[in-house]
Design a protein around this ligand. Sequence first.
Ligand SMILES: Nc1ncnc2c1ncn2[C@@H]1O[C@H](COP(=O)(O)OP(=O)(O)OP(=O)(O)O)[C@@H](O)[C@H]1O
Length: 239
Amino acid sequence: MSTPLLRVENLTGGYGPVPVLHEVSFDVPSGTIAAVVGANGAGKTTLLRALSGMLPAVQGSISVSGSPVLGVPTEKLVHHGVAHVPEGRGVIGELTVEENLRLGGLWRKDRADTKRAIAEMYEMFEPLARRRNSSGHQLSGGERQMLAIGRALVARPSLLLLDEPSLGLAPRIVDLIMTVLRDLRDRTGLTVVLVEQNVHSALPIADQAIVLALGRIVVATSAAELVMDSDFRTAYLGF
Ligand SMILES: Nc1ncnc2c1ncn2[C@@H]1O[C@H](COP(=O)(O)OP(=O)(O)OP(=O)(O)O)[C@@H](O)[C@H]1O
């Protein structure tokens, strides 16, 4: 069997002595989307922070393409092909759309490919093309989310970690974002960990669903199966 792009084993930890995550283990095969779902406070954001090197107290192991990355600082994870789009988006308001996108490729040596990647972002996220000279703080919430994702993708990651990209956005923007993620998986083999409360948007594009409750995985199955399982839907997803 081939090495999964992401392997998480026995991840336990949180922000201090009391753990939030308890022995979380799962694999994400290359070129697939894993949706992490669960109620408020289940530990979804905490898991994503652990994966992106932002959780202070964590034990277990995380590997990307077979390389151990637990303890690797966030800014170095980009060299392992990992890009993280945090909740709240992190766009720099003082910079233009174009400048924000360029930031995504700052560390890359291949300038020509960075230029190509930026052009691709304008094609995928058409509203950004119209706003390329606008500053970040002039953007709508949807445009900011597209920009945050676009900036992460300019780095050409193999693994994209997304925290609640649909939060507070209009349905048509959420649809656009989900379509872009699905197309990138299908076209380029991008691997995605998608934390979402909005299961109606996340599960249809996901291959795998990981349901967290009180910091533990209570089910890990194919996304299609989870949608069909009415007991789990009622118990953990509230519909
Ligand atoms: N910075 C922090 N310091 C201490 N505890 C925290 C911190 N952030 C979150 N927690 C706690 O960790 C637990 C899990 O929170 P987390 O934000 O990971 O859940 P979530 O599933 O992402 O929920 P939501 O969908 O509401 O964001 C909660 O009990 C929360 O109070």
